[in-house]
Structures are given as structure tokens and as C-alpha cells.
Design a protein around this ligand. Structure first.
Ligand code: ADP
Ligand code: ZN
Length: 522
């Protein structure tokens, strides 16, 4: 039976999609959902998530309902499936009444294999009643991180998916995402009521990408210098605002580079032309806001420059991930300035409290990453819940030009004791205060000024302790409490360390001087 199914699946892969092999976990995932079991897929962008629900929809009895957040993505996939000879359709707000009726009829007649639905269409009572009558094999929830407030792309309508699916019937779910920190992962599973799901997680390590962070000093000059060294290669320059995009695109053109702008404020025809020109190699460089890139699959992007700091590490990972899709070199350069972080924080000012706090935490992670002396790859992978133990990755600025290291055993030990003695209920700032012996309302109200550890690290300053605590976290002696944001706890490794301490080499953060004017002409 198994061998037979293998033949069927591989046959479809070849005959319909034209591929000779499954990639990574694809086959295991497909079998799992075909067995009617809940499945959770975490794979980086470009790894091939879509096939994990597209292919089984061809084999299963009944159609697959695919919930997808963006109409443009839906349309792309439907066009692609139709070109492969698969009957895929979508239900969303762009359809006329007649079209909706036709799609519904085809579903009821069992003619459709994949039905893409926008979350807001899914929640319409009419559609729920209709879906109850359709023979459905499974539901795929694409971009599942949209469920979580802790992710970078929260969509409130995604929260209702569970209840709607329950109304439609007892259906297996396959949830897919490219961005799942452990906290977001837990949130997704809880929200879809699929804590029992098997989790298929692929590595997020992009071995061919070089991660490079430099202090943003004379940003325009820095970008031009970089581009001169990479003349003729194609790449993306991300800026935060439309205005900046226009300005930098203009600057590059004036300097003889073949560059075009891309942002949501351009005329659709211009935007489309610029995108096509980039895809078809008529231009080398796109200067863009983050509106550019979703669903774009250009294999030979050789560099991605962040002219401005991204709002989260997820965003950074996604955007840098567009480099080197073909497996060849990809240089990811970020120009970092703490002023940028402050500016972004100001943008968040008017958001509701919870959202503001979440954005602040995401931004803080971003600044830790930039300022940290630790291997960039190790930090990124750690952020996605993956351990990376190679000492020198050879593919990031911090590994290629490492900062001087010092023996940190004693400091790590103090940090762990502070976390332990305060009951594993506090965050980085508080732990630093306890170590430095800062007597304030907070330390006093918990009687932490009476602890043995209080003030044991008073010879060092705030910045020193913060970087040590962060490195203690990255090296996994501490872990983040998954329920309470910001709270630090001892990991198993940390508990072992307290019993028998070991050598840990630490380094100080980059000191990006504040005040150097980075924007020549704002
Ligand atoms: P994701 O959704 O994970 O970002 P996609 O599903 O868009 O990735 O797939 C990325 C690319 O990989 C697409 O061009 C897709 O056709 C291709 N692909 C997927 N599976 C395979 C495979 N088994 N062999 C070759 N190419 C594949
Ligand atoms: Zn490294």
C-alpha cells in the first residue's frame, strides 16, 4: 500500500508539476495530511510549501480548501494551477455574483480540486452554509502566522478560522508558515486547536547568504560604494518610506546604475513594468518598500540591502531571503543606526497599547541583533528556535571579523544566579538592575535588594550586563518564557552550568556611535 502510494505521489509530482523529486519533508507532509492527520509545516520562504497542499488535493477524495490572506497570491496560484491543468478556483471579493455561483456549482459537482478562500469570505454565513455541503478532504491554512498577535503580520479574521472550520465539519488541517518563532508556533497550534499536530520544521539556515551589518554613517555613499563593487549584479535595496525609495532610485540612476523604484504609491502600470523589468533582467536594481517581494521568485538576486532598519527580524529574514534563491552567493547588507530604531518607535506611538508593546519588542530584537557581536546566523536561527553550534560560520561579518573575546564564565554564572534567585519571573532590565545593585521601586517592592546576588555585579555598567544577558540567552543557558513575553528562565543547559560551570567566551556589543549624522540631506 505504501509503495503504491509512493508511486502515485511521485507520478503526480512528475506528470503534473514536472519535478522529479520531492524537496525536504514534502513527501512525509503530504502522506501525513492524506492520512487525515493535522499537520503543521514550518519552512522558509521558497522551500516549497504550496506543493504540500496542492499535490494531495489531486489524490484525496474531495477538494482542498486553501485559506490565504492575499488576493494577489491567491490569483497567482490559481493561474499557475490552471496552467498545470488543475481545476483550482477562488472565492473572494473580486468575483461577481455570476462567477461566485459558477464556482460554487463546480465545487458541488466535484469538479474542483483546490478552492482558495480569503478569510473574510470564509466567515460569511452564506459561504459557511455552502461549504457544509461540499465534499472537503482537508483545509490548508497558508501564512498561518497571521493568526498570532506576536507575529509580524497579524490578521484578526484569521482568529475565526477555527470556529468556522468546526462548523463546516470534522476536517484535518494543514497549517503552513515561514515565520514561526516558538511563541508564534504555540499560538498557531492553540488557535487552530491542533496542539496534537505533527510538526514538520525545516532548517532556516540559508548557508549561501552572507549577513553583514554596518553602522549607517553616510548611507548614500555606503550604498554607492557597495554597488560599484558589485556592478552588473542584480539586487534589491529596501527603504522604509516611498519618499526614500524615490530619492534613492533617482540617486542611483544619476550615478549610472540601472535602477527603478517600486512602492505601493506608484501607478499600477508603472509598478508592474518596473517589476517585470527587474524579473526580465532589463534593470539590475529595484529600490523598494517592503511592498516588493511577496511571491516574487527571482533566483539570481545577488544582494539585498537594507537602507533602513526593518521592523522585525522576521521581516529582515524574509527580505534577505530573496537573495541567492539559486543557491549561489547572496550578500545581505544592513545599514544600522539607532536613530532608525527611535524613528520607528515614534511611528508606533498611535497604535493600541498591546500592538505598540508587541511592535516595541520586535524592534528591540532587531536592535539586539544589529548591535550584537555574536554570529548573525546563530542569532537568526536562535530566533526561529533552531540551534546552530558551528563556531565560525564564515558567512557573517561577526564571524569574519570577530570582536575580541573574554572569558565570561563568572559573568554568566552571576546572571544565572540572578535569574534563579528572583524566581524566573523577570526580564532583562530587571535582572541587570539586580546585578548592578540598583535600589529602585521595582527591586525594593520584590525585596530583591535583600537577595544574596543583589549588587554582585556592581563593577560593570548597564550596557555590559545587557549584552552578557543577551549572550547567555543566545548560548541557551537561559530561555524565554513562552507564555510571558520578556520573562527569562533557566534552560536545562543553564541548570547544568550552575552545578558545573564551564568556559564561555563572550564579546562586547558593537559600539555604534550615536550622533554621527547618517542622513546627509533629510
Ligand atoms: P514557499 O511557499 O515555501 O515560499 P513555493 O511553494 O512558492 O515556496 O515554492 C518555491 C518554488 O519551488 C516554486 O517555484 C516551486 O515551483 C518550486 N518547487 C516546489 N517543490 C519543488 C520540488 N519538489 N522540486 C522542484 N521545485 C519545487
Ligand atoms: Zn557567523
Amino acid at each position: 500500500m505504501l509503495a503504491e502510494q509512493t508511486d502515485i505521489l511521485r507520478g503526480k509530482l512528475k506528470e503534473v508539476f514536472g519535478y522529479s523529486q520531492f524537496r525536504g519533508n514534502q513527501e512525509g507532509i503530504i502522506r501525513h495530511i492524506l492520512e487525515g492527520k493535522n499537520t503543521f509545516v514550518i519552512m522558509p520562504t521558497g522551500a516549497g510549501k504550496s506543493l504540500c497542499y496542492q499535490l494531495p488535493s489531486l489524490v484525496a477524495d474531495g477538494l482542498a480548501v486553501v485559506i490565504s490572506p492575499l488576493i494577489a497570491l491567491m490569483k497567482n496560484q490559481v493561474d499557475q494551477m490552471n496552467a498545470f491543468g488543475i481545476n483550482a478556483q477562488y472565492l473572494n471579493s473580486t468575483l461577481t455574483k455570476t462567477e461566485i455561483n459558477r464556482v460554487k456549482k463546480e465545487c458541488l459537482n466535484g469538479e474542483i480540486q483546490l478552492l482558495y478562500v480569503a478569510p473574510e469570505s470564509l466567515t460569511k454565513p452564506d459561504n459557511v452554509d455552502f461549504l457544509k455541503k461540499v465534499d472537503i478532504a482537508f483545509v490548508a491554512v497558508d501564512e498561518a502566522h497571521c493568526i498570532s498577535e506576536w507575529g509580524h503580520d497579524f490578521r484578526p479574521e484569521y482568529r475565526r478560522i477555527k470556529e468556522i472550520i468546526a462548523q463546516i465539519g470534522q476536517l484535518p488541517i494543514i497549517a503552513l508558515t515561514a515565520t514561526a518563532t516558538p511563541k508564534v508556533q504555540l499560538d498557531i497550534q492553540k488557535n487552530l486547536n491542533m496542539e496534537n499536530a505533527s510538526v514538520f520544521k525545516s532548517s532556516f539556515n540559508r548557508t549561501n547568504l552572507f549577513y553583514d551589518v554596518r553602522q549607517k554613517k553616510h548611507a548614500k555613499k555606503q550604498v554607492i560604494e557597495f554597488l560599484k563593487k558589485n556592478k552588473g549584479k542584480c539586487g534589491i535595496v529596501y527603504c522604509l518610506s516611498r519618499k526614500k525609495v524615490e530619492e534613492i532610485a533617482e540617486l542611483l540612476s544619476v550615478n549610472g546604475f540601472n535602477a527603478v523604484p517600486y512602492h505601493a504609491g506608484l501607478e499600477p502600470a508603472v509598478r508592474e513594468k518596473n517589476q517585470d523589468d527587474f524579473l526580465n533582467e532589463n534593470v539590475d536594481i529595484v529600490v523598494a518598500t517592503i511592498a516588493f517581494g511577496m511571491g516574487i521568485d527571482k533566483p539570481d538576486v545577488r544582494f539585498v540591502i537594507h537602507y533602513d532598519v526593518p521592523k522585525s527580524l522576521e521581516g529582515y529574514y524574509q527580505e534577505t531571503g530573496r537573495a541567492g534563491r539559486d543557491g549561489l552567493e547572496g550578500h545581505c547588507l544592513m545599514l544600522y543606526s539607532h536613530n532608525d530604531i527611535n524613528k520607528l518607535e515614534k511611528f508606533n506611538k498611535d497604535k493600541p497599547v498591546q500592538e505598540r508593546e508587541n511592535s516595541r519588542v520586535l524592534l528591540q530584537e532587531m536592535s539586539f541583533y544589529a548591535e550584537s557581536p555574536v554570529c548573525r546566523r546563530k542569532q537568526l536561527l536562535h530566533y526561529f528556535g533552531e540551534e546552530f553550534t558551528v563556531d565560525n560560520c564564515g558567512g557573517c561579518d561577526n564571524c569574519v571579523t570577530p570582536k575580541d573575546k573574554f572569558e565570561g564564565q563568572e559573568y554568566v554564572s552571576l546572571v544565572l544566579q540572578a535569574v534563579q534567585q528572583t524566581g524566573e519571573r523577570f526580564g532583562l532590565n530587571h535582572i541587570a538592575h539586580v546585578l548592578r545593585g540598583i535600589s529602585n521601586a521595582h527591586t525594593q517592592s520584590y525585596d530583591h535588594d535583600k537577595l544574596d546576588i543583589f549588587g554582585k555585579g556592581d563593577e560593570e555598567g548597564e550596557d555590559f550586563w545587557k549584552t552578557v544577558i543577551r549572550q547567555t540567552l543566545i548560548y541557551e543557558y537561559l530561555e524565554k518564557d513562552i507564555e510571558n513575553i520578556g520573562v527569562l528562565k533557566l534552560s536545562e543547559k543553564g541548570k547544568k552550568f550552575l552545578k558545573s560551570p564551564e568556559s564561555v567566551m563572550l564579546a562586547k556589543d558593537h559600539e555604534y556611535t550615536v550622533g554621527e549624522e547618517e542622513e546627509e540631506a533629510e
